[in-house]
Design a protein around this ligand. Structure first.
Ligand code: 5AD
Ligand code: SF4
Length: 441
């Protein structure tokens, strides 16, 4: 049996794609191995959202080629594969096959062609009508957490972003299929599901099937209520888009205990001028209104965000506005990125006029503001009881169990292995930089 080593970079959608590819490889007679050195085939699932992520691919393949006495079959899938297509064969020596983002259902065919002696195997074709979105129990990244794609692609075309080009236009999955998938995961013992997509709030299926019984101002809030009705213990969703994030989503969270109290709402900048250049479709005031509504919720909803510093034309005053926005919102955590020009995007045509040094300085400064506000913000958990899904033994201390709270904090606590897979009430005793520490109540 040929062994495949699958390596994944990038977002949750890539993790989810890899889970489904692993499922089809196992069903197609391959062994999916965690041991890279003994693998006959190495398949890299790539990310192109920033230049750094893309470069990782080139260094990785070079290393595989140089360190193995017999070169394995090497394949590339994901966003870089979709964007570069056949040109990757010129850029990467020793590459055998390239699979686009919609062709993941045909990975086994591509590998078989290579094993039959074909070179430069490329599939950038469309998704099959009857594509199977389910994941085998053994191939999930976690036994207790399941990723459930609800929408793929993106129609927003934020000017810095490569995703609409690498993942194509928005296509929503039928609600009936999503609900069936969630029920199956529940049957398999999964406790928490993440409804995933580049912009989940834009969810708009072609039929009402599966949503008929559920009210709501948008198909997404109706889907939240439909998924909540499955009775699965915990539901999280990611990523939200401010313009499409409607108050009704907060109402749904207020109504259903199993809709978790965590919202990831990327702001990207605190300056209206920059937001306009980014074509985000929201102003900072409209964003603050959504944050206010979330803060008014009767649940303590944790807020997280993404921010880009050093976008073309970003002035000191724009950057100051971003710092003020961070202070106003009080995010529980924030992912901060230095702007990275992506060929093919509209922003690539703009003058990248904030120097690398200035981007670095702004990154460090914003990180400090975030750390400071975060430290204050997280104090509210001290002494509080939070519900944690015990996911695994901590890699730092074998006596500790690690998992996530409903508010999506990483929580460590002392406890026996027998707790793993259960929802445990934990009292928070210590606030650390990127996690919480507590004891079983
Ligand atoms: N440069 C820097 N950061 C980017 N992101 C997306 N595109 C770029 C880019 N070209 C960030 C955004 C997005 C997150 C997933 O990655 O903040 O929300
Ligand atoms: Fe990229 Fe904007 Fe779409 Fe998010 S909403 S994936 S940032 S284009």
């Amino acid at each position: 049996m040929k062994k495949v080593y699958l390596e994944t970079f990038g977002c949750q959608m890539n993790v989810s794609d890899s889970e489904r590819v692993a499922t089809s490889l196992a069903a197609g007679g391959f062994e999916v191995t965690p041991d890279e050195d003994s693998a006959d085939i190495v398949l890299i699932n790539t990310c192109s959202v920033r230049e750094k992520a893309e470069h990782k691919l080139y260094t990785r393949v070079g290393r595989i080629r140089n360190f193995r006495s017999v070169k394995p079959v090497i394949g590339v899938m994901g966003c870089v594969a979709q964007l570069e297509g056949e040109t990757l064969f010129n850029k990467i020596e020793g590459l055998d096959f390239v699979i686009g983002t919609k062709a993941v259902g045909r990975v086994t065919n591509a590998i078989e062609k290579v094993l039959d002696g074909e070179s430069y195997v490329t599939d950038l074709g469309e998704r099959e009508q009857d594509y199977d979105w389910s994941v085998a129990d053994a191939q999930r990244h976690s036994r207790y957490v399941g990723f459930v794609p609800i929408i793929e692609g993106c129609n927003k075309f934020c000017t810095y972003c490569i995703v609409p080009f690498s993942r194509g236009r928005e296509v929503s999955l039928p609600a009936s299929k999503i609900v069936r998938n969630v029920l199956e995961l529940r049957r398999q013992g999964v406790k928490e599901i993440h409804l995933i997509g580049q912009n989940v709030n834009s969810y708009r299926p072609t039929t009402d099937s599966g949503l008929e019984l559920f009210r709501g101002a948008t198909p997404f809030s109706r889907l939240l209520r439909a998924v909540a009705a499955t009775g699965i213990e915990r539901i999280k969703f990611n990523t939200s888009f401010p313009r499409d994030f409607h108050a009704d989503i907060v109402d749904a969270i207020n109504e259903h205990e199993n809709l978790c109290n965590w919202v990831h709402l990327p702001v990207q900048s605190g300056s209206d001028r920059v937001l306009k250049l980014m074509k985000r479709g929201h102003t900072i005031d409209s964003y603050f209104k959504k944050i206010d509504k979330l803060k008014d919720s009767n649940r303590d909803v944790a807020l997280t965000t993404d921010i880009i510093v050093g976008f073309p034309g970003e002035t000191d005053a724009d950057f100051e506005a971003t710092k003020r926005a961070v202070e106003y919102c009080g995010f529980d955590s924030a992912y901060i990125f230095k702007y990275s020009p992506r060929p093919g995007t509209p922003a690539f045509q703009m003058k990248d006029d904030v120097s690398i040094g200035e981007k670095k300085l702004r990154f460090i400064e914003l990180e400090q503001v975030q750390k400071r506000t975060q430290r204050v913000r997280l104090q509210r958990y001290l002494g509080k009881k939070v519900q944690v899904l015990a996911e695994k033994t901590s890699s730092r201390d074998p006596n500790d169990i690690t998992g996530h709270s409903t508010c999506h904090k990483l929580v460590n606590f002392q406890g026996s292995q027998a707790l793993i897979g259960n929802l445990i009430d934990v009292r928070i005793r210590e606030i650390k930089a990127n996690s919480l520490f507590g004891e079983v109540c």
